[in-house]
Design a protein around this ligand. Structure first.
Ligand SMILES: [Zn+2]
Length: 340
């Protein structure tokens, strides 16, 4: 639950935002409004008027969901499998007024601050020319976090939308003081010489370039990368790296825990906020090992729905926080109310 108590700081902030001085009258009646109280609790974290920075809490931790922008796949349902189910997917998309000719995905970057660490979960596209991607650094700066302040970073997998942001335009580590945790399996896969993409539905022509980029980025990050066993609990149990294998050979999930609250970052075990929930067997053609990706998704969904776990997704509509509910033979994504 959110802590709705008011601190002096947030009280002052709220008065300022209302254009009232400290001597303002009628504070009591303003503060008695539950809606305003909840808003004020949110501003306990350095807030922002940038609509693509959302502040929230996980127990004692400050957290932000920062949008890095979005991406649109022009292939639409042609990149969804199994092929025979595309008509059913099309109907399901039409039912919720979603486009069927393109597949738009969001890029959500989770930032968490404890009293000791500034933690980043994946880094988006990095600094790019185009205006619809690469917003993370601006967002971090707006909440007062400089690149050198980041102490711990987590790389779920080495696809460009997650890893590219770890590299600066000068081809150096973007967050020089951050250890970058990734699974041993993910690291070993990209670092090896030969890569088995036999189960992947990717265009074979696109694979060598993707592998080369991932390898170059790992090379630049050097010793900052900390290959870590899935199941490892870091920072006194604040972050657990979990097995989310399938989307890539070592795709990681991250469970963040503090003071009895938790958030499960399901990263790319889901790409669309309806399709993969409606039927967890509906898969995107970007999965490295489609069968394993489906099995992993089914396991995560069943556990998260049963345990009512608060979740966070990298590609689902920003800010990407919500719950997974059981619905019929499948599931549904239940976005969490936003508290501004
Ligand atoms: Zn992704």
């Amino acid at each position: 639950m959110k802590n709705l108590s008011l601190t002096h700081q947030t009280r002052r902030d709220m008065l300022r935002s209302l254009g009232l001085g400290s001597a303002a009258v009628g504070i009591g009646s303003v503060l008695s409004s539950p809606r305003l109280s909840a808003n004020t609790a949110q501003s306990a974290s350095p807030g922002s008027r940038n609509p693509y920075i959302y502040a929230f809490t996980i127990g004692d931790l400050e957290a932000w969901s920062i949008s890095d922008g979005f991406m649109i796949f022009g292939q639409g349902l042609k990149m969804m499998y199994p092929e025979s189910e595309r008509p059913a997917m099309k109907t399901a998309l039409e039912d919720i007024y979603e486009p069927t000719d393109v597949l738009p995905l969001y890029i959500n970057v989770l930032v968490v601050r404890s009293d000791r660490e500034v933690m980043l979960f994946d880094a988006g596209f990095g600094i790019v020319e185009r205006s619809d991607q690469g917003w993370l650094m601006e967002g971090l700066s707006e909440i007062g976090i400089q690149p050198e302040d980041v102490t711990a970073a987590f790389l779920s997998h080495a696809h460009g939308d997650h890893q590219a942001g770890f590299i600066s335009p000068e081809q150096k580590p973007m967050f020089p003081n951050a250890a970058i945790y990734t699974t041993r399996e993910e690291y070993a896969f990209w670092r090896q010489k030969d890569h088995d993409f036999s189960q992947s539905r990717r265009n074979p022509k696109s694979i060598p370039g993707m592998v080369k980029k991932a390898q170059e980025r790992f090379e630049i990050l050097g010793d900052n990368v900390q290959p870590t066993a899935a199941g490892a609990r870091l920072f006194g149990g604040t972050v657990t790296i979990e097995n989310g294998f399938g989307h890539t050979p070592g795709h990681a999930l991250f469970r963040i825990e503090s003071a009895g609250e938790s958030l499960l970052h399901i990263v790319d075990s889901v790409h669309h906020h309806m399709l993969m929930f409606r039927d967890p067997k509906w898969s995107i053609g970007l999965d490295h090992t489609p069968k394993l990706a489906v099995a992993t998704r089914q396991r995560i969904f069943a556990q998260a729905a049963q345990s009512r776990t608060r979740c966070y997704g990298f590609h689902i509509p920003w800010p990407g926080i919500g719950h997974i509910g059981k619905q019929g033979s499948g599931y549904t994504w239940i976005p969490e109310r936003q508290w501004w």
